[in-house]
Design a protein around this ligand. Structure first.
Ligand code: NAI
Length: 415
């Protein structure tokens, strides 16, 4: 079996962490049990480009239970957990990912999994799908699945341009994905990454959250819960207004740059913090990015402005400006929750990856019948994932009585 990982001797530690994460993924486990009986992916090759974490390992095992051959590469050069990669290889799942790999190695690994001629590709950021549309147009998988907002945006741009040539399931668009993973997962783990990298006290500090979407709302609420004064920067007036009514300050990036101690970008956009902001930030200001790509902070310009660079702590880089101010960047401006912490907790990835497994099954059931387009799993699947998660939490779910159903579907009874 071919693979490329940092250190096979880390397999035992990785296996323990995969097992621990698996214990907190009961919905995925129930799907794995059904997959083992029904083998809906029998004979198919699934190539996944996802963060190589303990939770992803549980998804890979679930897909294999379903009868698939699987291979995994990383969707970010800094998010690979080398012990998990080693444990998967020891379990006969080929992995091509090394934490901290350079661009050349990152893309070589992506090409390697595509060389296996997958029937289904799984993306977090649309890297496999993009290459299937540029260099590897000779391959025609049944379809693809996409985990994150930025990937879905890239794929919708392909569809709008008329160049999309595959059916794609936008897993991010399932309610049981983006309302929970993006909000609670990013909210908690982004703060976790900043705290691990700096060991700073959040209480009493001013935290600027740039982008108040599903992720940003979670980050802002967790920062506020830790005692920060939160200021939000938004370009969308509805979301800016929501932030204001959620009790946060709302201001432009120019104004936030002068007052914040910590900046967290989570927009999916480019250069949201740039020279004009670096020029006015306070000495000691800390910047982190939780958006998919490492383009939200203009680090090229920051590097040019700096007269000195050093690393005061692991996962933290200090840029000293010509006037002596020190600006700090966590995890090279890459996804802070994966670069400086362990990514989302398993409890929430349980739902995201249940949707991924069900999306692969959905594509397999419809092989050859789907038009190239972006699809979303049905509301019934969403509700079923939510029901299973609630049951695993021991929560009760109220049911409508027949009288209530009739009342809600009628219009005559109004007084
Ligand atoms: P979203 O579309 O719900 O929110 C993004 C927000 O940023 C929007 O409200 C938009 O108006 C705002 N925005 C865009 N440009 C801006 C600018 N220049 N200044 C201020 N605000 C701006 O997207 P979502 O789901 O919150 O995802 C955001 C990013 O986080 C994406 O790149 C997504 O892929 C990524 N993501 C990261 C995760 C992680 O583990 N760190 C998990 C899930 C998503």
């Amino acid at each position: 079996m071919k693979y490329d990982i940092a250190d096979p001797s880390l397999a035992d530690e990785g296996a323990r962490r995969i097992e621990w994460a698996g214990r907190r993924m009961p919905v995925l486990k129930s799907i794995a049990e059904r997959f083992a009986k029904e083998e809906p992916l029998k004979g198919l090759m699934v190539a996944a480009c996802l963060h190589v974490t303990a939770e992803t390992a549980n998804l890979m095992v679930t897909l294999r239970e379903g009868g698939a051959k699987v291979a995994l590469c990383a969707s970010n050069p800094l998010s690979t957990q080398d012990d998990v990669a080693a444990a998967l290889v020891a379990d006969n799942i080929p992995v091509f990912a090394i934490r901290g790999e350079d661009d050349e190695s990152y893309y070589r690994h992506i090409y390697t999994v595509l060389d296996m001629a997958p029937d289904i590709t799984m993306d977090d950021g649309a890297d496999l799908a993009t290459i299937l549309h540029t260099q590897r147009t000779d391959l025609s998988p049944i379809g693809s699945t996409e985990e994150t907002t930025t990937g879905v945006i890239r794929l919708r741009a392909m569809a709008a341009e008329g160049t999309l040539r595959l059916p794609v399931v936008a897993v991010n668009d399932s309610a049981t994905k983006h309302l929970f993973d993006n909000h609670y997962g990013t909210g908690q783990s982004a703060m976790d990454g900043i705290i691990r990298a700096t060991n700073m006290l959040i209480a009493g500090s001013t935290v600027a959250v740039i982008g108040y979407g599903d992720c940003g709302q979670g980050v802002a609420s967790r920062a506020a819960g830790l005692g920060a004064r939160v200021v939000v920067v938004e370009v969308d007036p509805i979301r800016a207004l929501t932030a204001a009514m959620d009790g946060h300050g709302v201001m432009t990036a120019d104004d936030a740059a002068r007052v914040a101690d910590v900046f967290i970008t989570v927009t999916g956009n480019k250069h949201v913090l740039r020279k004009q902001h670096f020029d006015v930030m306070k000495d000691g200001a800390i910047m982190a990015n939780a958006g998919h790509f490492d383009v939200e902070l203009d680090l090229e310009v920051l590097g040019e402005m700096a007269r000195d660079r050093r690393a005061p702590r692991r996962n933290l880089e200090q840029y000293e400006m010509a006037d002596g101010r020190r600006l700090l960047v966590v995890a090279e401006g890459r996804l802070v929750n994966l670069g400086a912490a362990e990514g989302h907790p398993a409890d929430v990835m349980d739902m995201s990856f249940s949707n991924q497994a069900l999306a692969a099954e959905w594509l397999a059931q419809r092989a050859g019948t789907l038009e190239p387009a972006i699809y979303t799993l049905s509301a019934d699947i969403d509700r079923e994932v939510a029901r299973l998660k609630l049951a695993s939490m021991g929560a009760g779910l109220e049911e409508l009585t027949e009288e209530q159903k009739a009342y809600l579907s009628g219009w005559r009874e109004g007084t």
